[in-house]
Design a protein around this ligand. Structure first.
Ligand SMILES: Nc1ncnc2c1ncn2[C@@H]1O[C@H](COP(=O)(O)OP(=O)(O)OP(=O)(O)O)[C@@H](O)[C@H]1O
Ligand SMILES: [Mg+2]
Length: 243
């Protein structure tokens, strides 16, 4: 451990500029996430959670303020260097899985390894090992449409892990799943966090998902108004939840 946080936001402002004018989605957010943390981001619809995740994932950049990933100020990187850092360092998981429908489970997981420059046999062997890690060793040839929602999300997690990222970012990863399946997927995140030390940031509306986190950040109107342990008040958003 180096002591350098996995990520740091320093007074991040995000403005969306459109025909109707400028909309400020983030109003100066500062936070750091340490190596090995499991953090949940909560807040009402439209509060800025996905906007924040896009910046954390280097898919978008702050209007003002700074974003550092593993100590590197992302504003100093060009498009290609940023893409390389993103591919190697960050795994993304989405609510709707975003798997390629025409590829098998194995093919979906092997895809990111193409960019890592591995040959076909190595890619397939690694993809098979990743499928085993998420409990799907017996389903390599299944297409997404032949898998349950929970299984599809596990394929997506295996794909996100392919390049052994430092950070997993998941925006509502259990939002399309029933309670029991969602709990299983959440259990997988917890295991990866505990056993492999992967840093995990999950956006969720579900207090029971956020309860599994070490730390809850609540956002409202583009501002952090709670950052601390998953207390009942923090999870359910009532009572005193001062930061
Ligand atoms: N590309 C965009 N252009 C203009 N406004 C945007 C854009 N993306 C998001 N917004 C606005 O920024 C605010 C924050 O949106 P964001 O998607 O971050 O919310 P969210 O917290 O993820 O909501 P949800 O829980 O519904 O996913 C919203 O008011 C939204 O309308
Ligand atoms: Mg969102």
């Amino acid at each position: 451990m180096t002591g350098v946080p996995v990520l740091a936001l320093i007074d991040v402002v995000k403005d969306y500029v459109g025909e109707a004018g400028t909309f400020r989605a983030l109003h100066g957010i500062s936070m750091t996430v340490a190596d090995g943390e499991l953090m949940a981001i909560m807040g009402p619809s439209g509060s800025g959670k996905s906007t924040l995740m896009n910046i954390i994932g280097c898919l978008d950049s702050p209007t003002t303020g700074a974003y550092r990933f593993e100590g590197t100020d992302t504003a100093t990187l060009g498009e290609r260097a940023l893409a390389r850092m993103r591919n190697a360092g960050i795994g993304f998981i989405f609510q709707q899985f975003n798997l390629l429908p025409r590829l098998s489970a194995l093919g979906n997981v092997a895809l990111p390894l193409v960019y890592a420059g591995l040959g076909k046999a190595d890619r397939e062997a690694q993809a098979q090992a990743l499928l085993a890690e998420v409990g799907l060793a017996d389903k390599p040839r299944s297409r997404p449409s032949q898998l349950s929602g929970g299984q599809q999300q596990r394929v997506a997690i295996a794909r996100a892990l392919a390049n052994r990222p430092k950070l997993l970012l998941a925006d509502e990863p259990t939002g399309a799943l029933d309670t029991k399946t969602g709990a299983e997927v959440l259990g997988l995140f917890k295991t990866l966090n505990r056993e492999q030390g992967v840093t995990v940031v999950i956006v969720t509306h579900d207090p029971e998902v956020a309860r599994a986190a070490d730390r809850v950040v609540r956002i409202q109107d583009g501002r952090v108004f709670y950052d601390g342990p998953p207390t009942e008040a923090a999870l359910y958003g009532h009572g005193e939840v001062a930061a």
